[in-house]
Design a protein around this ligand. Sequence first.
Ligand SMILES: Cc1ncc(COP(=O)(O)O)c(C=O)c1O
Length: 306
Amino acid sequence: METQVYIDGSYYPKSQAKISVYDHGLLYGDGIFEGIRIYDGNIFKLDEHLERLYESSRTIMLGIPLSLDELRDACIDAVRTNGLRDGYIRLMVTRGLGDLGLDPRKCPKATVIIIVDRISLFPKEFYEKGLEVATVPTTRNMADALNPKVKSLNYLNNVLAKIEANSMGVPEGIMLNSLGFVTEGTGDNIFSVKNSTLRTPPTFDGALEGITRNTVMEIASKLGYTCEKKTLTRHDLYNSDECFLTGTAAEIIPVIGIDGRAIGKGEPGPVFKQLLERFRKLTRTDGVRAFPSDLAEGELFVIGFK
Ligand SMILES: Cc1ncc(COP(=O)(O)O)c(C=O)c1O
């Protein structure tokens, strides 16, 4: 069956799922989105993603035409309609149909789009061997111009960073802010581990308040690691014992080299491995179920509480 895309309450086959060229999501990148993962029939952290979406909408003064509960039901329905037990949801709300001027008052109704499909951000071998990354020349958008907590449809800043990383021959770029402090990857947050302390840049340095980042910090704290949101320089990254990226699409992926310097022993480290194991378990239990699990209830219970 062809992927069925939800647009404003109706489903369309992927080949016919279209919106107007007058939609301000296209004309101006005026809109917001979430990327959400489905693991073993469980929509992981669905409520946290919806909360962030509604926060973004409040800040950009975009009225979502569905209540949070209605949108939650629509996401579950879109997953069931597509029958995907393992996959990815791209939930978008654009400013909607307007004229060629950017004034949002000309857009009477936001457009809601839900795509349920598969995603693979990095090849599997990188999860086992780790990634080489590089800091890129394009700096992250200023946090006081557009708060990085807003997950907007305007990703040109990140796209430029990705192009630069590609041209440097690495699969991911690390963006600095205009003060030279580390912010994040093009679609993922970054962590540095040093002496059993996990550090990740704070939002005001230019990082998205990542849901995977928060999950990793919760797991790490439970395991007894200290976690800090702290300003980081390239020097801090180069001298990390371990480094990794986190994101819904990227999951947790080890970084073994930055700007030609090996990180730690130049291989995925023990903290990363420990976190990944716990994270994988959590993805099956924490969230909203669209389909019953493949695992027996007892097994799930054990996973959830281990
Ligand atoms: C710029 C950016 N940073 C970080 C992340 C990771 O956030 P999350 O873990 O909520 O997916 C994303 C994910 O889309 C992103 O686009």
